[in-house]
Design a protein around this ligand. Structure first.
Ligand code: HEM
Length: 518
């Protein structure tokens, strides 16, 4: 008989099995058994009971019951696409990362875009920040750029993150979105108002990921070959132009086509209209950081472009749709801690906490071997001594050693650390007394001048839309919350307080009239 080729695990090599006509792929059970009929259960006579012997049915129902994995605790509703990153400008004086080593160099990427607060399946036209995640499959390990479509965020200390998210999700009893808890939390955390202003501005509901920018938001560190570093911020500017829905359009589209953004991106890529973004960095030297007007690591602040101009680096292009959403998007695990040599974290407290949080989430959501799932695998094989664990589907280190250090005499081909690799590059940290501190700079700096500058840049139409978007969400709230929120917007600009008060009063009068006539 013909010899059967085996893999290292002893199972038969993966060949496609054909049916009796020799050309139609045979339908099989998970264990490879042939299936004769998958529409009629195995019963005693045509009107009788199903037999336990109907293993095909049992397997099918049991597998179906286990199709769901935990969805992401935030950013659950998403979409993705594959493509590449190409270097267009030499930045080797700033960053030693190998994928940036020469102009023209291309690196494969996966991008995932998401809304934040809704569950998987939520409408694409909700007023919510959008996630902007890019996995660069570099030769030195994956770089996950896990950002948003806004350059700032609601909080600057990570301890507030779970509370922030609870208030943007569902009420514990009603299981609905709740304007009271939304505004209660945000108005007790006033550093959020820069992000809140952007959220309610005409940029709050992008038409699709193709028409929005992406930002790393945090400050990161770029280190060059000489070990010198600068602080940087990442910007990905859309080359399709910015397009957003107004509130009225968003409500309509949510009803007619809740998957509108997913359709838009998928269909554009399928048509060959490959969306692209230009990647820029803002660069701040360590000396400039000392005298910067705000805390340079405060996630609620931007760096003025006039002082810190955008410097081009390259472009991102999406040119291939995913073939299987679950495999390539749902199972994708992005983490800000995945950075190749040359890119490092800053002291931003929120970033520091995110370095822990994402791989922890992936271990819960996908299991301890999540890095063996094809979409998460690095470009070069991971070589280490992590073994076993649920769903181990790699070679598991084969028969090599499962410990380190080990002797070259015994294991000449075993992986070994390389002292030539400086990763992370060592850096100086000012020592201090450990404790729970409010950053001194936050207490001294003005938290209102950046949102004020943004408000002053808005056109009259932008201002009108912003005020009416806020009132839409604020009018159903309790009076004391309305007063507190209006007071805080008044710190951005007195025109905001006046405009909101006028519109809230009009909304109240309208309601009173409706109830009189009812
Ligand atoms: C997703 C935690 C702040 C952008 C997630 C997930 C967690 C998380 C646990 C789900 C990950 C998964 O299941 O794979 C946190 C914590 C934060 C924080 C603890 C602050 C303390 C931020 C900020 C940004 C951001 C500031 C943007 C600048 C994202 C994005 C995703 C995400 C884009 C979706 C990733 C994907 O596409 O799969 N976050 N987050 N998060 N977060 Fe955060």
């Amino acid at each position: 008989s013909a010899e059967v080729k085996t893999t290292s695990s002893g199972a038969a090599a993966n060949q496609q099995k054909m049916g009796s006509d020799g050309k139609t792929p045979l339908y099989t059970s998970g264990g490879g058994h042939p299936i004769q009929d998958d529409n009629n259960s195995f019963t005693v006579g045509d009107g009788g009971l199903i037999l336990m012997e109907d293993f095909t049915l049992i397997e099918k129902l049991a597998h179906f019951n286990r199709e769901r994995i935990p969805e992401r605790v935030v950013h659950a509703s998403g979409q993705g696409g594959h493509g590449y990153f190409e270097v267009t400008k030499d930045v080797t004086h700033l960053c030693k990362a190998n994928f940036l080593s020469e102009v023209g160099k291309r690196t494969p990427i996966l991008a995932r875009f998401s809304t934040v607060g809704f569950e998987s399946g939520g409408a694409d036209t909700v007023r919510d920040p959008r996630g902007f995640s890019v996995k660069f499959y570099t030769e030195e390990g994956n770089w996950d750029m896990v950002g948003n479509n806004t350059p700032v965020f609601f909080i600057r200390d990570p301890s507030k993150f779970p509370d922030l998210i609870h208030t943007q999700k569902r009420h514990p009893a009603k299981h609905t979105k709740d304007p009271d808890m939304f505004w209660d939390f945000l108005s007790l955390v006033p550093e959020s108002f820069h992000q809140v202003l952007i959220l309610f501005s005409p940029r709050g509901v992008p038409v699709s990921p193709r028409y929005m920018n992406g930002y790393g938001s945090h400050t990161f560190k770029w280190v060059n070959k000489e070990g010198q570093f600068n602080w940087v911020k990442f910007h990905f500017k859309t080359n399709q132009g910015i397009k957003n829905w107004t509130h009225q359009e968003a409500v309509k589209v949510a009803g007619e086509s809740p998957d509108s953004a997913k359709e838009d991106l998928y269909e554009a890529i399928a048509r060959g209209e490959h969306p692209s973004w230009t990647f820029y960095v803002q660069v701040m030297s360590p000396e400039q950081a000392e005298t910067f007007k705000w805390d340079p690591f405060d996630l609620t602040k931007t760096w003025p472009h006039k002082e810190y101009p955008l410097q081009e680096v390259g472009r991102l292009v999406l040119d291939r749709n995913v073939t299987n959403y679950f495999n390539e998007v749902e199972q994708a695990a992005f983490s800000p801690s995945h950075m190749p040599p040359g890119i490092q974290a800053s002291p931003d407290r929120v970033l520091q906490a995110r370095l822990f949080s994402y791989d922890d989430a992936a271990r819960y959501r996908l299991g301890s071997n999540f890095l063996l799932i094809p979409v998460n695998k690095p470009r070069h094989k991971a070589q280490n001594y992590h073994v076993d664990g649920l769903m181990q589907c790699g070679d598991n280190g084969g028969s090599g050693p499962n410990y380190y250090p080990n002797s070259r005499e015994l294991y000449p081909n075993a992986p070994r650390p390389d002292p030539a690799v400086k990763y992370p590059e060592p850096f100086q940290v000012p020592a201090g007394l450990a404790g729970r501190y409010i950053n001194k700079k936050w207490a001294d700096q003005d938290d209102w001048d950046q949102p004020r500058a943004l408000w002053e840049k808005f056109s009259d139409e932008d201002k009108e839309q912003t005020l009416s978007n806020i009132v839409g969400m604020l009018a159903p709230c309790q009076q004391f919350l309305q007063d507190r929120v209006v007071g805080l917007f008044g710190k951005i600009h007195e025109d905001m307080a006046a405009g909101l008060t006028k519109r809230l009063n009009a909304a109240k009068e309208g309601k009173a009239k409706t109830s009189q006539t009812a």
